[in-house]
Design a protein around this ligand. Structure first.
Ligand code: KG4
Ligand code: ZN
Length: 351
């Protein structure tokens, strides 16, 4: 089975061909990050315009690199939700036109299901059910992965997403956009115990996250130091922020695994590239005897391969759209799974 996956939900125009779900024949990404950097964040209108300019050559290259023609495809998958609406609409409309012209099934994909699928590419032995921490620039979700297309959300952020917190703290510390990766690099030479930063106190039986208090504490700390004319060691602060975020994410994940009976855990999304988050979660999983799956760094950020892979499983589950498909900035992961034919939640044998 050959599925073309198209991704344009934020600032990457990407396309990929997946064979039999997890074998990636091509993976093309056109990143706009250098252009958005000068504004300190993604400018939605610029993102949409660049997607318009890039999408044709990106898709053509994905087909060429895979040595595949449109007629060889079994389906065309596209990220339809959630994300920046103008950016999503470019990919969705392009995919609709292509599906119509080539007379191929159109498969709408949820972006977070795409991130979750990145682990199947790297670790085809990973099979649902398991628990996945999905942490990106826009989302922080603790998800029960019930099947390849069915999910239950145990916890989510109440304010800023983990990636957003990394980026906002990094920005306040003077690092360029997107700051998460710069903060990660700086942490390597800092002391993670140098600053005691607040961890959100949400009820013990709750898996939700909250990162805005941490962000505000970092901004206040920097502001007060500036007013007093005192120096703050950026590396120490970076390491302390990373350590705090990694601990919060890990604590919630391990508690959810224990309380819901999972011993297989995965992490996905842009923040899964963070070295502190990876090592803290890895240590905790080893200590508890849990198996941990993490995507390789090349598949942590937005890419077409994860959409082609998720699209292949969605194709199997009967998730389809016609020419009336619209994008949505906010669609829920669980609502996407219900688009399939087999939308009863399966009873799960936990692994
Ligand atoms: O999944 P993603 O590429 O896009 C969204 O779907 O949002 O995630 C992007 C987020 C950004 O906030 C970026 O700063 C963060 O992932 N990120 C990192 C690292 N690499 C990317 N955050 C912390 N450490 C990293 N190494
Ligand atoms: Zn993403």
């Amino acid at each position: 089975m050959l599925i073309l996956g198209i991704e344009s939900s934020c600032d990457e125009t990407a396309a990929s061909i997946a064979k039999d779900h997890t074998e990636i024949l091509s993976n093309v990404v056109a990143s706009q990050v250098d252009e958005h950097k000068q504004y300190g964040g993604v400018v939605p209108e610029i993102a949409s315009r660049r997607h318009c300019e890039n999408i044709l050559w990106v898709v053509k290259k994905a087909l060429r690199d895979a040595d595949v023609t449109l007629s060889d495809l079994d389906g065309i998958a596209v990220t339809a939700y959630p994300g920046l609406i103008g950016a999503l609409l470019v990919g969705v409309n392009f995919a609709k036109g292509l599906a119509l012209a080539a007379n191929k099934p159109l498969v709408p994909v949820h972006h977070l299901a795409g991130h979750i699928a990145s682990n199947y590419i790297a670790h085809p032995q990973l099979k649902p059910p398991y628990l996945c921490l999905v942490v990106s620039g826009g989302h922080s979700h603790l998800v029960e992965v019930l099947s390849y297309t069915q999910f239950r959300i145990l916890g989510r952020t109440r304010d800023d997403a983990a990636g957003e917190c990394f980026d906002k703290c990094a920005r306040a510390m003077g690092y360029p956009y997107p700051g998460g990766v710069h903060l990660d690099k700086a942490s390597k030479s800092g002391n993670p115990e140098a600053f005691k930063l607040p961890k959100p106190k949400i009820a013990d039986n709750d898996y939700d996250f909250s990162f805005s208090g941490l962000k505000t504490a970092v901004i206040n700390l920097l502001h007060n130091a500036q007013q007093k004319g005192t120096e703050i060691c950026r590396e120490d602060l970076a390491a302390s922020v990373q350590h705090t975020i990694a601990e919060v994410l890990t604590d919630h994940t391990i508690r959810a695994a224990r309380e819901h009976g999972y011993s297989t855990i995965a992490i996905a999304g842009g923040v899964s590239a963070n070295s502190g988050v990876r090592s803290t979660l890895q240590r905790a999983c080893e200590k508890n005897g849990y198996a941990l799956y993490m995507p390789p760094l090349s598949l942590c950020g937005d890419n077409g391969a994860m959409i082609a892979c998720a699209g292949s499983y969605a194709f199997d589950a009967g998730i389809r759209a016609d020419a009336s498909l619209n994008a949505s900035a906010t669609m829920e992961l669980m609502a996407w799974g219900a688009l399939g034919q087999d939308h009863e939640y399966p009873s799960t044998t936990k692994t």
